[in-house]
Write a protein that binds this ligand. Structure first.
Ligand SMILES: CC(C)(COP(=O)([O-])OP(=O)([O-])OC[C@H]1O[C@@H](n2cnc3c(N)ncnc32)[C@H](O)[C@@H]1OP(=O)([O-])[O-])[C@@H](O)C(=O)NCCC(=O)NCCSC(=O)C[C@@](C)(O)CC(=O)[O-]
Ligand SMILES: NC(=O)C1=CN([C@@H]2O[C@H](COP(=O)(O)OP(=O)(O)OC[C@H]3O[C@@H](n4cnc5c(N)ncnc54)[C@H](OP(=O)(O)O)[C@@H]3O)[C@@H](O)[C@H]2O)C=CC1
Length: 407
């Protein structure tokens, strides 16, 4: 038995005896030993073998700000799509995009779509808006008082900006939009968070601004997040107003490329897109008017250290396809793609390596340009996924593809 094993065994024993709590082991040992102790305990309690979960390749201490009660690491297969040709606002060269998933056929699909955009001379992508939001809810006496608070906020945005920006050297408060529902006042704060996804930054800054609102108006803060933000829930406000990056990508693919890569025609793909992604989604009451944007966003978020729960709004996308002079025009617009290249999970080792593959790890020059570039690359990959799946549906290849690659 190694010293680490002995220490882990002793820690596990002390937890079992009620001498230590499971979540405070890092105060008594290094992070790897603490995780080993939890695995021991869990293996005894459940009979599960955690040897693979415990075979991770980084120092557990680097995950300290990413997880509590750590026992190991979940290993998800990582693949690559590309090269991706992007004419971007922030991207200036050819890119590769790492994707992590357990869905067979997904990377093949995205890779096929990306290869078609490459054969068409590349896709164009632009970040159209960048704004992370936090919307606290305040309680007031009645609608008259709500009106007073709204007027005060409109006249004192500079005061709120000063308070909010005192907590960050990168964040900038862009706007505060009030919404009133009876005796509830919501203030939707929108920030330019540069290369950070920005949820911690926006939350900390908004707390400071709320203290000013409470000091200067009759409003009482009830909750720092009042759900009008809206974080990690499907919401029309994100689809309409945007959240994080609003990013769009498009391409015009010559008929012969459509026919050789997708084994179908521009007309069949445009029709399938209209009937499926537009009419079908409308009939379903869907917020997503796309085929599989969530697949690309989730796989990119996992690989690149993004907050995976934000796939909810990250996949809020509309896909269009038309025939133009015999070619296929296709676009995808992601209304609320929340991405960062600093902070959060981006500092974990495998995720940082993946960001290096895209060439966007850390702060950009100018600040914000790395996160813009990441958003543009993900948008072009999402466009690839849309093209490939709509192509496969048009050619009746979806079921056979998954029989072959996904089982
Ligand atoms: C599977 C394919 C791509 C085959 O498509 P194919 O046309 O038979 O492939 P191919 O062998 O002719 O190769 C064409 C290109 O595809 C790529 N490619 C091809 N194979 C690979 C591979 N193994 N690994 C990496 N890349 C691959 C590669 O770029 C290749 O070009 P090359 O490099 O050879 O010049 C196609 O049938 C396809 O895309 N099908 C659609 C599958 C799909 O999109 N699945 C996504 C998940 S579906 C889902 O989760 C959501 C859903 C469906 O429920 C949503 C909804 O309701 O719509
Ligand atoms: N608090 C909450 O309510 C929620 C938190 N989260 C979590 O928040 C985390 C992400 O928050 P986020 O604020 O992005 O990250 P961090 O909290 O990790 O903060 C990132 C910090 O990096 C600094 N920074 C350095 N260089 C740059 C640059 N070029 N551009 C921008 N900032 C830079 C900034 O410091 P400075 O501000 O001093 O300039 C910024 O505040 C994730 O872990 C996510 O899971 C998710 C949802 C809700």
């Amino acid at each position: 038995m190694t010293d680490t094993d002995a220490d882990a065994a002793e820690l596990a024993e002390r937890v079992r005896d009620g001498d230590l709590r499971l979540h405070e082991l890092e105060a008594h040992a290094d992070a790897d030993t603490a995780a080993a102790a939890r695995r021991r305990l869990l293996e005894t309690e459940t009979g599960a073998d955690l040897s693979t979960s415990g075979a991770y390749a980084f120092d557990a201490a680097v995950a300290d700000s990413a997880i509590e009660n750590m026992v190991g690491a979940t290993q998800v297969p990582l693949g690559i799509v590309g090269p991706i040709e992007v004419d971007g606002g922030a991207v200036t060269d050819t890119k590769w995009l790492p994707l992590a998933t357990t869905e067979g056929a997904l990377l093949a699909s995205v890779n096929r779509g990306v290869s078609a955009t490459r054969k068409a001379g590349g896709a164009t992508a632009r970040v159209l808006k960048s704004k992370m939001t936090r919307a606290p809810v305040f309680k007031v006496r009645d609608v008259a008082e709500a009106g007073e608070v709204v007027s005060w906020v409109r006249e004192n945005e500079a005061h709120l900006r000063e308070a909010a920006e005192s907590t960050t050297s990168h964040g900038e408060l862009l706007e505060v939009t009030p919404y009133v529902v009876g005796d509830n006042v919501f203030l939707r704060f929108g920030y330019d968070t540069k290369d950070a996804m920005g949820m911690n930054m926006a939350t900390i800054a908004t707390q400071e601004a709320c203290e000013v609102v409470e000091a200067e108006t009759p409003a009482d803060l009830v909750a720092l997040s009042g759900n009008l933000c809206t974080d990690k829930k499907p919401a029309a406000i994100n689809a309409v107003e945007g959240r994080g990056r609003t990013v769009s990508a498009d391409v015009e693919i010559p008929r012969e490329v459509v026919e050789s890569v997708f084994k179908t025609t521009p007309e069949a793909m445009a029709e399938a897109n209209t009937r499926k992604n537009l009419v079908g989604s409308a009939k379903a009451g869907s917020l997503g008017f796309n085929a599989q944007a969530a697949n690309v966003v989730a796989a990119a978020f996992l690989a690149l250290g993004q907050d995976i729960a934000q796939v909810v709004e990250g996949s809020n996308a509309i896909t269009t396809m038309d025939v133009r002079d015999g070619s296929l025009y296709a676009s995808v617009t992601l209304a609320s793609l929340e991405v960062g290249t600093v902070g959060g999970g981006t500092k974990l080792p495998t995720q940082a390596e993946a960001l290096d593959v895209v060439g966007v790890r850390g702060g950009g020059d100018p600040a914000g340009s790395n996160a813009d570039a990441l958003a543009e690359v993900i948008a072009v990959a999402a466009l690839g996924g849309e093209l490939s799946l709509v192509g496969a549906l048009s050619a009746s290849h979806l079921a056979s593809a998954h029989e072959e690659l996904g089982r």
